[in-house]
Design a protein around this ligand. Sequence first.
Ligand code: PEP
Ligand code: MN
Length: 345
Amino acid sequence: MLVRIAAHNAVTSTEIVLTNARTLGLDARAMSDGQGGMAIGIDGELPDGAWDVPGVISVLRKHKPYMLASRELRDARSVVRVGDVAIGGDEPVVMAGPCVIENERDTIEIARMVKEAGATMLRGGAFKPRSSPYAFQGLGEPGLQHLARAREITGLPVVTEVMEPDQVELVADYSDMLQIGARNMSNFPLLKRAGRAGKPVLLKRGFSATIDEWMMSAEYVLASGNPDVVLCERGIRSFDTSTRFTLDLNAVPLARELTHLPIVVDPSHGTGRRSLVERMSLAGLAAGADGLILEVHPNPDQALCDASQTITPETLQRIIRKGHALVQLLDGEPVTDVLTTLITA
Ligand code: PEP
Ligand code: MN
């Protein structure tokens, strides 16, 4: 059941509804509706009268199984803050870096390069979910230390993958945002633990997951008390093996209709091919993505993981320049301003 409460009664009425629900043994959570009021999601039905308090605007008995993520509960789109970076705000956010952290020197060099190219977050895996158990699995904690050092030097907030519930606190200690990878989208114990870690979560869509399953996985994190979830479309499996995955750009505008959570696109994994990454990045932004996550390395062919989809810092810079101009154009900004972005960026 969903209960919406108007701004002027928000605090006291929310408390009353929450208490009424919990007294009946029902799980209930409140969140801001983004317009000054509150939205309460109750896992079950309150009897008539239990929500009869001043300021209740609406009561929805039938709703999506992902009530906290749904726009039924909160119409205003959420902005997730990672350090100084706002994901879901006016500017597209670009997270960039190597697939896997290789050593400290290169991590710092890449961080400097992606910052110079205009990226606002650093990505890189220390714990890697590799298909083969014999492939390089990542450096583990030393990799996290290299990321933290690169953040210290460049100021870029760090997003990195966590694969196991028992790793969550360790990864959270070193990073600014926890990445849940495609292969772990339905690892519910991991989602719950990540939801309690006090760090924003980047939730990748499983490559065989429906949109509804993805939304429900986001709901696990939200229901564990963490409102800061960013979705990531990273490509799904299709019949066609010409590309590594098929970047499902339908998912972007659809996710914007279904949920208030920000969404970013990963054209690196979504294509698996370096030559396709620039155009699919721009396509992702045109589809309404709030940002991109991209694999970048100064010598892409030498990258220890996912070399074939890794781009150079120069390509990254071009994507960011064009991407900003494209988003400005789509937002209806005057063409002269857009040209200025292209020339000066
Ligand atoms: C990654 O971003 O490094 C990664 C492993 O992605 P995915 O989980 O989408 O395969
Ligand atoms: Mn990768």
